[in-house]
Design a protein around this ligand. Sequence first.
Ligand code: ADP
Ligand code: ADP
Ligand code: ZN
Length: 214
Amino acid sequence: MKIIMLGAPGAGKGTQAKKIAGEYNIPHISTGDIFRANIKNGTELGMKAKTYMDQGLLVPDELVVDLVVDRVNQADCTDGYVLDGFPRTIPQAEALTEALKKLGQKVDYAIDVNVPDENIINRMSGRRACVGCGATYHMVYAPTKQEGICDTCGGELILRDDDKPETVGKRLNVYHEQTQPLIDYYTREGILHTVDGTIDIDDVFGAIVKLLEA
Ligand code: ADP
Ligand code: ADP
Ligand code: ZN
């Protein structure tokens, strides 16, 4: 089962991708997490990516595509995977389609988690990320048991720099210009499924399971 998550920043792609990965025992591959891990480790890729991420811009396609193609070719991906945050541009989608075609494979589901712009700023200002393990919470909708402390690893929670309101507006513009066209792309491929991302986290997941098992 090869799944792509689409949706605006803050729509809940990561939240749902982790639940899907857990339910179906397939890897969750988040390009945002991969870049943040590279930044934390001070790699060359991380340093390059950071200059774009801090501005709310997309990292150039050439820094992303090979990384993902290599990742989906690893042994743990043979039964499928859930891609979160990739593809984000038409060239990335085309590169993925081509790379999979060479292996005689294709993406099975593109799931668009639909949340209107009005809800996004609110979502992002409440999102908190663990500096230790990268787990994501929300101050209101997905709180930790103890305030400010990660349930999983006990790490400190922070508001991501790129989740500050001034950057979120820019990321939304980038989403509409560069990523939203993927909805048409995957509609044409015949694999697009849309779920309402404004309802409770568990209800969104219920809708996803229903479509995957239809
Ligand atoms: P969100 O959770 O808000 O959707 P991500 O964690 O997926 O954000 O991504 C954070 C940032 O990392 C993006 O704003 C972008 O700069 C960069 N990034 C992640 N994935 C990609 C990608 N596929 N192509 C280009 N840039 C990416
Ligand atoms: P994305 O990966 O699309 O950027 P996240 O999964 O990180 O989005 O979710 C963004 C924020 O909104 C997080 O703080 C998350 O806990 C919260 N969130 C996710 N889904 C929902 C939902 N259905 N209702 C309310 N809050 C949600
Ligand atoms: Zn943690």
